[in-house]
Design a protein around this ligand. Structure first.
Ligand code: FAD
Length: 261
């Protein structure tokens, strides 16, 4: 089985600054003709920007009329950050086929979404897609993005305690959980996500089908040496019959191995 994702060439059609740290890129062009959405609301693509060979992963915020919308966080430094901070309209990039991991269990009576700015595009798409369940969102973001999520969303906006820092693990530990069965989705900095998975498993004793917690980026002083593509890890895990929880733990371990090289 090939673990290499299909790739597609695309051109940046427009760039719009949504807030100080969030830039919207719309990609289009004939190269995207064969690209097809999975329909899974947290689906992501790998993005390779000009002059680079390493991918970074971005949520498909929207896919309509042959155009792909990605909302990119621009932080202090970084390969995509530096590119997206400048005038990239007209640039040719490569995106991969999409992959998603949101898997709402049958019978879920509620939905909780928690995340930082990198998770906001996925939380917005999930909240706009899963409209039949009572949904609560905790968004820890440095900018005023109050118009970003669907208008009827029940959102608690949180400010990060310091630039690049997060209190989300403490927020989750203090959550007032709804009664009955539901689904918990969360993404953000990897170390925080590991702490939260332990809490969900050991304290809340949730079955792995009741939550999806993903490390979207790794804190650290230097540029990431090379990101690990979640798609092959995902496919290999699924082929081995692993749960989402086990697959994301494999992904975290692969990232840690990559960093220690
Ligand atoms: C499935 C998935 C979906 C994702 N969806 C999105 C999305 O829709 N939008 C989005 O912006 N990101 C998203 N991310 C996160 C994004 O891939 C990472 O933040 C990525 O590292 C950014 O690349 P970069 O080239 O800008 O920085 P890198 O070159 O990767 O990193 C440079 C330095 O910046 C630090 N850093 C990396 N990301 C951040 C951050 N977000 N905040 C503060 N410091 C950071 C690193 O620790 C490193 O020190 C997603 C990740 C995954 C796995």
């Amino acid at each position: 089985m090939s673990t290499r994702a299909e790739t597609y060439a695309a051109r940046v059609r427009s760039r719009e600054r949504l807030s100080e740290h969030l830039v919207r890129l719309v990609l289009g062009g004939a190269g995207l003709a064969g690209w097809a959405s999975t329909g899974i609301p947290d689906e992501w693509v790998g993005l390779v920007v000009p002059g680079q060979f390493q991918s970074r992963y971005y949520t498909v915020r929207d896919w309509a009329g042959g155009e792909l919308t990605l909302d990119v966080v621009v932080h202090d430094e970084g390969l995509v950050t530096e590119w997206a901070s400048g005038d990239c309209v007209g640039d040719e990039v490569t995106v991969t086929e999409p992959k998603g991991s949101f898997a709402l269990p049958a019978g879920a009576g509620w939905l909780l979404l928690v995340g930082d700015l990198t998770a906001l595009p996925a939380m917005a798409r999930i909240a706009g897609t899963v409209t039949e369940l009572p949904t609560r969102i905790w968004a820890e973001v440095p900018d005023d993005l109050s118009g970003y999520l669907p208008g009827d969303a029940d959102v608690t906006w949180l400010t990060p305690p310091a630039p690049g820092a997060s209190d989300l693990a403490a927020v989750v530990e203090g959550l007032d959980w709804p009664e009955g069965d539901g689904y918990f989705w969360m993404a953000g900095e990897s170390a925080q996500m590991r702490a939260i998975r332990k809490h969900l498993m050991r304290v809340r004793r949730l079955p792995s089908t009741a939550y999806d917690v993903m490390g979207y980026w790794r804190g650290g002083a230097t540029r990431q040496p090379r990101a690990v593509d979640p798609a092959p890890v995902w496919r290999a895990g699924k082929a081995a019959g692993k749960s989402d929880e086990e697959i994301w733990a494999d992904y975290d371990a692969a990232q840690a191995r990559q960093e220690s090289r």
